[in-house]
Design a protein around this ligand. Structure first.
Ligand code: ATP
Ligand code: MG
Length: 572
């Protein structure tokens, strides 16, 4: 045997320490074994000789504390510790064929509406992958439909991306490259790979259905070149089609349209163009020309992948590593610009920032924070499995982020008066968060008049002792139609006693808007926004654009409206 026992033990010890440090102090035998065996296999050592040694080492390493493990690893194999430090805090799987510094991704929104949580998924995945590989992230406006694209959406979408803490290395408009697209179209025509089709939309559809090409294909290259020129004149209606495969089982391959005529003023290009590329053409060509290595799209485009590669092949352009993930759907929420717009236009919701909508503006307004969306997206990952997830998944990520940093204040829904007969008038100081004094505190003036929630009053009986949270205990002397008459019953916390949030007589009246699912069985849920009235403590009037926790009620976002304080329920 050419390798001595000590060398095997030393190697096992390094890997065991590394594995232990990565897994809370406990090294996994199987993982360590695999690495040691792999290391010594090359030297011809039989696993039989290795197994008992590794077992012994792992058992020994596991008796150490994590701190000791880390200290020893630092001493004997610091390179293994470094790796752990560089490990990212999330788990986007590796990209196929990705090299550090060479990955280029892009997010390609069409400026035809406000971004929603589905776009956030795409943009976060694109952005984070570029970051993961120290690559380049491109924001590309796919503005090739002048009928729908509007100037205000370019800026609005950028603003919403910035809110998500997404930044980009390059930004451009697909519409700036139309002349280049025309050149490539001419190349295809010259190669007989594209042709001008003058059939009606119905004829084209029928042809595809019957897998039959039309007589337009019979014309010569020169004729198609002339027709293509004519398409750019105002009066001539036709489309340019890819000469792919009308017999293909893949419907997308049956000579898809590459260019069509759209007569409308473009927000950036004005009226200079009226032949516009389709998504099949522009998407593939732009990904390739802009150097994108790993373009992501949603799974519904899967059938069109053949077109993507066929086209790039014919153009002699570089083929990116096309990736797909599932389109995000959320129960009861319209995650699509096409479905959101009619709700806004019909006035069913108050605007694109309505708190019931999954638009980034709506989510922001409701109190969902970017860090939570990012975690939610990581959790969804890049699987292709289509599913409709409940919004509660977003809520629980959000709760984790805001719970430690949201100030806690009192709001009393459906308030009932409590008179404390022997109360002293004073000012009390209560911290905004029990665990974080840096969040500050507020002062509340109290007299003998308080308000507590009716739901708590309903549980109280004569002589019960309950606690006004962060204040003192009360004993119930009488419950009548006006409320409760009570007396002071000590300061000390009593285990198991009811603890109730309260306001004093200097309350401010508030209405909390509570969003619910927008759609039920595909119809608008008339009860999608309800109101809860109550009293809040006065400090709430000083909050603006702030997410706080109403204790025992839930998280809310507070905003100063034109003539009143707006409170939106975020989640429990
Ligand atoms: P919509 O139906 O909302 O208009 P879209 O796909 O037409 O969606 P684009 O602006 O063209 O909207 O999309 C930009 C990017 O965002 C694309 O890469 C698209 O795949 C992605 N995207 C859009 N909606 C979703 C979604 N629900 N889930 C995941 N990704 C999405
Ligand atoms: Mg679109």
């Amino acid at each position: 045997m050419g390798t001595d026992v000590n060398s095997i033990k030393n190697t096992a010890r390094k890997f065991a320490l590394q594995n232990a440090v990565n897994f809370d102090g406990s090294a996994q035998l199987k993982a360590v074994m695999g690495k040691v065996i792999a290391t010594f296999r090359k030297q011809g050592v039989h696993p039989k000789e290795i197994i008992p040694l590794v077992k012994e080492v792992v058992a020994d390493v596991n008796t150490l504390s994590v701190d000791d493990q880390r200290a020893e690893l630092l001493e004997i194999a610091p390179e293994l510790l470094e790796k752990k430090k560089q490990k990212r805090d999330y788990s986007l799987p590796d990209l196929p064929g990705a090299k550090d510094g060479k990955v280029v991704t892009r997010f390609p929104p069409e400026p035809n509406g406000y971004l929603h949580i589905g776009h956030a998924k795409a943009a976060i995945v694109d952005f984070e992958y570029a970051k993961k590989y120290d690559g380049t992230f491109i924001l590309r406006f796919d503005d090739t439909n002048p009928l729908k694209d509007k100037i205000e959406f370019y800026e609005a979408q950028k603003k919403d991306l910035a809110w998500l803490n997404i930044s980009w290395d390059k930004e451009y408009h697909t519409s700036d490259n139309l002349l280049k697209h025309y050149d490539l179209a001419a190349q295809l025509i010259a190669q007989k790979d594209a042709y001008v089709c003058t059939c009606s939309a119905d004829q084209i559809k029928l042809g595809r259905k019957q897998r039959m090409s039309c007589s337009c294909l019979d014309k010569s290259v020169e004729e198609h070149q002339e027709l293509w020129e004519k398409m750019h004149e105002d009066s001539f209606a036709a489309v340019l089609r890819l000469n792919a495969d009308m017999k293909s089982d893949n419907t997308a391959m049956r000579n898809p349209t590459l260019f069509r005529i759209i007569d409308a003023e473009h927000p950036l290009q004005g009226n200079q163009f009226h032949v516009w590329p389709t998504y099949d053409f522009a998407g593939a060509v732009e990904d390739s020309l802009s150097g994108v290595t790993h373009p992501f799209r949603t799974k519904e485009y899967e059938l069109r992948d053949d077109v993507y590669f066929y086209l790039l092949d014919k153009l002699g352009l570089r083929k990116p590593h096309l990736m797909e993930f599932a389109r995000l759907s959320i129960e009861g929420m319209p995650v699509s610009k096409r479905k959101i717009s009619p709700l806004v236009e019909s006035g069913k919701v108050t605007g694109f920032d309505d708190v019931r909508l999954p638009t980034l503006r709506g989510l922001k307004r409701r109190g969902i924070v970017p860090a939570a969306l990012k975690q939610f997206v990581f959790q969804q990952g890049i699987s292709k499995v289509e599913s409709t997830v409940p919004f509660s998944l977003v809520e629980s990520e959000n709760r984790k982020v805001i719970d430690p940093v949201a100030k806690r204040v009192f709001f009393v829904p459906d308030p009932v008066k409590v008179i404390v007969t022997d109360a002293t008038k004073k000012t009390v100081t209560i911290p905004f968060h029990p665990k974080d004094s840096s969040l500050g505190k507020r002062q509340i003036q109290i007299k003998n008049e308080f308000y507590i929630p009716r739901s708590d009053v309903d549980r109280l009986h004569h002589n019960d002792v309950f606690r006004l949270k962060d204040l003192y205990n009360l004993s119930v002397d009488e419950i009548n139609d006006e409320g409760i008459i009570a007396s002071y019953a000590g300061d000390e916390l009593i285990a198991d006693s009811l603890k109730v949030q309260w306001v004093s007589d200097n309350f401010i009246p508030l209405t909390v808007f509570v969003p619910d699912v927008l759609m039920k069985n595909d119809t608008f849920n008339e009860a999608s926004l309800t109101k809860i009235n109550g009293y809040g403590e006065p400090v709430i009037a000083s909050f603006d654009d702030e997410i706080v926790q109403f204790e025992r009620f839930g998280f809310v976002r507070i905003e100063q409206g034109d003539d009143r304080i707006l409170v939106f329920f975020t989640h429990r």
